[in-house]
Design a protein around this ligand. Structure first.
Ligand code: GLA
Length: 698
């Protein structure tokens, strides 16, 4: 007997098929099929022949291929009994549930192994508003079981594809894209670091052959989890390809009676990688990030970290706040160094009490000053951590995560959040500050990897964040983890901004932002104007470049504003004013990546949700090989519509620019066809120039 299920979003379909009550397989995922598609024939057309030298049946590439089906690849579900024996599962169809709302269809398929009293659920949400599929799998058992691996679930990968695009990274170098060719066998990315990590962002793109940013077919997946995670991309020896994500192997080391994967966000695009980016950005905006009811337009931040580090002197901070406000800041974030004895990064994490030597009258005078400058106030915490040299550790050494003898990271250890007393303490301490002071924002940091990988830590963190948000619903939270070590849809369900990287080097930041935009929209991606001499790269970059790179996301500043001349302040003001005038449409629009024909140039186009206007940010990253700038081809426009375009910062042409490309002095009116197919000529630019091209639909 064959059963089929069909789910559609706006432009995609997923078809599942189950034979003889066994776990179903995704037999189609791609562009939306005609309503009249004959699903029975579709199912028949996916049936494989059988060759010699194989088993007598081709094992299904199901949503959770099982050992017991003699499946020839990595299983999608491995369960052991308490004695460590792998269980020979026979999961059979039990029932289905379909719930429809205006925007979504949610299908849950239940399978059960009656003999072992184990059940498996596959949940698929087809989100018609955001064009996303969200998959999740769950297992429950009457008796405690050990879950070695639970895929969320297994999905087929395209054959007309040469490689996967993965994301790797490091501190100050997040979101590095790498192409990994398909070969027979498995490609595994496992993050055992206990956080999302700089090293292994839990997302992958499967582009079909020839796909670019703007054209072609691609599949995108993101596992929305902030703990250890694993991805397997596999080409079976028989040629079939698949992809699976789940929690890291060691996550469920103890017997449990239920377990679930995190949501797997999956989308297909027929319009290149930008189609994926649009869906991820939109889904995050509409379904994941929940701003407080009192949501403001994303205020320009000032963060004092790279200005003062641990050296908090209130008169200096008063001065800095004043200058930051003059330059256009609307929120002042007091970073690390404000709590008791925290004079460097070797002590005091956990002691969330004000340092009365630095702040004899508490934080009230600074907060009032900040408010008098019409800025909101934000405060840095690193709640999950503990220093050996802290009162907290002296009082509660047993609150540590992992063994007492372990490698420290940034001279610190981690608290075991699964102990209720730990979270009670943290809730009380943070609540105390949020109640006593008018604080609208927390920068929530997490500066080391975990000594052990355990999903309990992540779940307890989510609970703590949820509890704090319920108690203080108007407070926004930024997710920072030595920069972008915890950037994912799981944490963003509870937070509102990501500190993408500790690198304020605008050249580095630009490409990181550019790559992260495949998943994350501008309004939640923090970006700051750093000091003239970048502290993490040693580079010196022009202020205009630093300012525009910051303005292209959720803008902020982090330099010591006392280093700024009057003309610097005027320049920053001009850019912050531009940001303030445009943020509303930018932060409800989409970031699309341009296909650049010059390796020295990286560009993106941010288009309003109603397509009425756009801005293109084109960065000259290094010196081009050729003497003349190559045309820049825009994207995401309508071919037959005419647009008026103007170069906003034309004064930034290189001193060597002595010709007269039209945009140097004029506006132009051109069709989308010309802008996207022929491309436009920009003036000669020195490296570290960010062109700002504004466009309006006529
Ligand atoms: C981490 C963060 C920085 C800063 C410091 C403070 O490194 O990424 O932005 O907050 O901690 O110690």
């Amino acid at each position: 007997m064959t059963q089929c299920w069909r789910l559609d979003t706006i432009s995609q379909s997923v078809i599942l098929q189950s034979n003889n009550n066994q776990l179903p397989s995704v037999i189609y995922w791609g562009s939306k099929l005609p309503d009249s598609e004959n699903i029975t024939d579709l199912a028949l057309c996916t049936v494989h022949d059988l060759n010699c030298g194989t088993l007598d049946a081709v094992a299904d590439l199901s949503v959770a291929p099982l050992h017991s089906a003699t499946y020839p690849g990595q299983p999608g579900l491995t369960i052991k009994d308490r004695q460590g024996q792998t269980l020979w599962l026979n999961l059979c169809f039990d029932r289905e549930q379909l719930t429809d709302t205006d925007d979504t269809s949610e299908l849950t398929l239940h399978f059960i192994d009656k003999a072992l009293a184990i059940s498996y659920q596959l949940i698929i949400i087809a989100d018609r508003q955001t064009n996303m599929f969200v998959f999740q799998s769950k297992v429950s058992s009457e008796n405690p079981i050990v879950i070695d691996w639970l895929a969320a679930p297994v999905l087929p990968a395209p054959h007309n594809s040469q490689h996967c695009i993965e994301f790797s990274g490091r501190w100050c170098g997040e979101f590095q894209m790498q192409q990994v060719p398909w070969h027979t066998g498995i490609r595994m990315r496992e993050c055992l670091l206990g956080r999302t990590s700089h090293e292994h962002f839990p997302g992958v793109i499967l582009p079909c052959t020839g796909t670019t940013n703007s054209h072609g077919y691609a599949f995108g997946l993101h596992y929305g989890w902030s703990g250890g995670h694993k991805m397997l991309a596999e080409e079976l020896a028989d040629g079939r390809r698949l992809i699976q994500f789940g929690h890291a192997t060691a996550n469920h080391s103890e017997p449990v009676t239920s377990a679930e994967s995190a949501p797997l966000y999956a989308t297909f695009s027929a319009t290149g990688l930008n189609g994926l980016a649009k869906t991820f950005q939109q889904h995050l905006r509409q379904r994941i990030v929940k701003f407080p009811a009192t949501e403001k337009l994303r205020p320009v931040h000032y963060n004092c970290w790279e200005a003062v580090y641990f050296d908090h002197d209130t008169s200096v901070l008063f001065d800095i706040a004043q200058k930051a406000a003059e330059a256009g800041a609307e929120r002042f974030v007091l970073d690390d160094g404000w709590f008791i004895n925290r004079n460097d990064d070797t002590t005091s994490l956990g002691d969330w009490f004000i340092d009365e030597q630095k702040y004899p009258q508490g934080l009230a005078p600074l907060i009032s000053h900040v408010h008098s400058l019409n800025m909101g106030f934000g405060l840095w915490f690193e709640p999950e951590m503990i220093s050996i040299d802290s009162d907290l550790y002296r009082q509660h050494p047993q609150w540590l995560l992992g063994p007492a003898e372990q490698q420290q990271g940034r001279q610190q250890l981690v608290l075991d959040l699964s102990q209720p007393a730990v979270c009670d303490y943290l809730f009380e301490r943070l609540s105390h500050f949020l109640t006593q002071y008018d604080i609208e924002y927390i920068k929530w940091d997490h500066n080391r990897v975990l000594p052990i990988v355990d999903h309990k830590q992540t779940i307890a963190l989510y609970r703590l964040l949820d509890k704090l948000r319920t108690a203080h619903p108007n407070v926004e939270i930024e997710s920072c983890s030595s920069g972008g070590g915890r950037v994912d849809f799981g944490i963003l369900k509870r937070t509102h901004r990501i500190w993408l990287s500790d690198s304020n080097d605008a050249l580095e930041r630009f490409w990181m932002q550019h790559n992260a935009a495949l998943f994350f929209p501008g309004e939640i991606t923090g970006s700051h104007i750093g000091p003239a001499h970048c502290h993490t790269s040693g580079r010196q970059l022009p202020l205009a470049f630093r300012a525009w790179v910051a303005a292209s996301r959720h803008m902020g500043m982090e330099m010591d504003p006392r280093e700024l001349s009057d003309s610097d302040i005027a320049l920053i003001k001009k850019v912050t004013n531009w940001y303030k005038t445009n943020r509303e449409w930018l932060h409800s629009g989409y970031i699309l990546r341009l296909d650049s024909d010059d390796d020295a140039v990286l560009g993106e186009l941010q288009i309003a949700a109603d397509d009425s206007r756009f801005v293109a940010f084109i960065a000259q990253m290094t010196v081009s090989n050729q003497v003349l700038p190559k045309p820049i081809r825009l994207t995401g426009l309508e071919h037959d519509v005419r647009y008026e375009i103007a170069l906003y910062n034309r004064e930034q042409s290189a001193q060597t620019s002595r010709g007269n490309p039209a945009l140097k002095s004029n506006k132009l009116t051109l069709s989308g066809r010309v802008l996207m197919d022929r491309g436009i000529q920009l003036p000669v630019a020195f490296p570290a120039t960010l062109w700002v091209i504004e466009g309006k639909r006529i």
